[in-house]
Design a protein around this ligand. Sequence first.
Ligand code: FAD
Ligand code: 2HG
Ligand code: ZN
Length: 472
Amino acid sequence: MLQFFVTQLAASLGKSYVLTQDSDMAPYLTDWRQRFTGKALAVVLPGSTKEVAQIVKACAQANISIVPQGGNTSFCGGATPDNSGNQIVLSLKRLNNIREIDILNQTISVEAGCILQTIQEQAAAQSYLFPLSLGSQGSCQIGGNLATNAGGTNVLRYGNARDLCLGIEVVTAQGEIWHGMKGLRKDNTGYDLRDLFIGSEGSLGIITAAVMKLYPLPVAQWTTLVATQNIASTVALLNLFQKRAVSLLTGFEMMALESLTLLEKHFPQMTNPLQNKPAYTILIELSDHESEAHVRQLLESILEEALALEIISDAVIASNLSQANLFWHMREHITVAQSEEGANLKHDISIPLVALEQFVQETNHLLKAQFPGVRLINFGHLGDGNLHYNVSAPEGINSQKFAQTYEKPIQELIYAQVELFQGSISAEHGVGQLKLDVLRAHKGVVAHELMKTLKRALDPQNILNPSKVISV
Ligand code: FAD
Ligand code: 2HG
Ligand code: ZN
């Protein structure tokens, strides 16, 4: 019966778009971190929205569940099938057309499988900025970005994927197509279906296209690395920049000392130009639509004020584009350094800015006391109150042993702290299968039941990414 289903699919889509050989399917069955591996009946590669709808209809009829997959770069196992071998992976990679750039409306209409960087490049070719910016932008897809409501380094100024989206096209769990591609900035016609699908990680519908906002390209950017002694000063610095640079502030990223020590171990060419190994290195970017001189002057004047207020102890302004790029590479390569180092635990959390200093002090202290030798690889989008509060194994400890013995108690400790400080256990990476079990406690019973009600209403057969985000 299952084999018959696959044969039928191959007959309608074309054999080369229905992968069934282990070696062909392998890249789709393990996630970027190699943390999750599953099995699949087939990996299916539709070439149009109509074909996606056709596949979903066939799956609904045969009661076969579907795991949508974009660039497979996410961190919570949302795009990896289970171990049953009865699910199909539906890759959106062939839906990769830019449908339209509407200069007057400042929007770009794209299919779900467009690579994020391609959209940025297409926008730039028309002198526009598509501001979503992630370390994975060379391989993640806009459909995956919307499905996870991705954040990244520009959220502070332009918002996350949800904020950048005006319309979407979705294939429902019944295989119907919802044409929600209006690029309107105002549309109060009842429930916001678009926002329901964004961030649902493929559990409510399959996003096949989207209308995204564009912005004018800035004419000048200046990037600086700044030394601070603690989180309190860093938050004060953020506040100063927000007051004085207002919308010119486009990046405010934090890197704690241990994260840069690990970075240098794996990428010795990426040494911190700041002297004396500061406790925190802050990457700040200002972007301007006026002139190089205007923004440079503003940056220098804010840094002078911060020095006078003693909230920073040192600063290096990038002298050219390649140095600015190096600063950004430092920030973006911490993830890679951590994964090269071996087992690591990710905690993508957000905490109200006002409580951040106390959270970090207390949580660092508790972890160091209870798990001697663990390395706290803290970095992240401080401007959004979003920390990647990651933990690497103590030097010399075997990766497997670390995962077995440390993962649960460390996660429990950190998440308990997050609750205490009224934060979130997933700021931007989503829930997937990784955080499925902790979501109920975090959301509270009422919110969790409402989520279940929505899932049952939109996907009564539970065929869209079952046991991801929510179990019904
Ligand atoms: P996938 O991993 O393929 O899928 C993610 C989820 O979305 C899955 O649940 C999948 O089923 C679902 N899905 C995918 N496509 C669709 C679709 N068309 N319709 C419905 N559901 C779909 N994330 C951030 O938020 N901020 C960062 O700064 C950031 N930096 C990163 C840096 C690196 C080096 C790496 C490897 C990852 C980073 N990520 C970051 C995580 C990841 O890139 C994002 O979550 C990204 O949005 C995932 O896109 P994807 O196309 O790879 O989705
Ligand atoms: C980033 O901000 C990504 O670089 C990855 O969200 C974070 O490695 C991580 O945990
Ligand atoms: Zn991030």
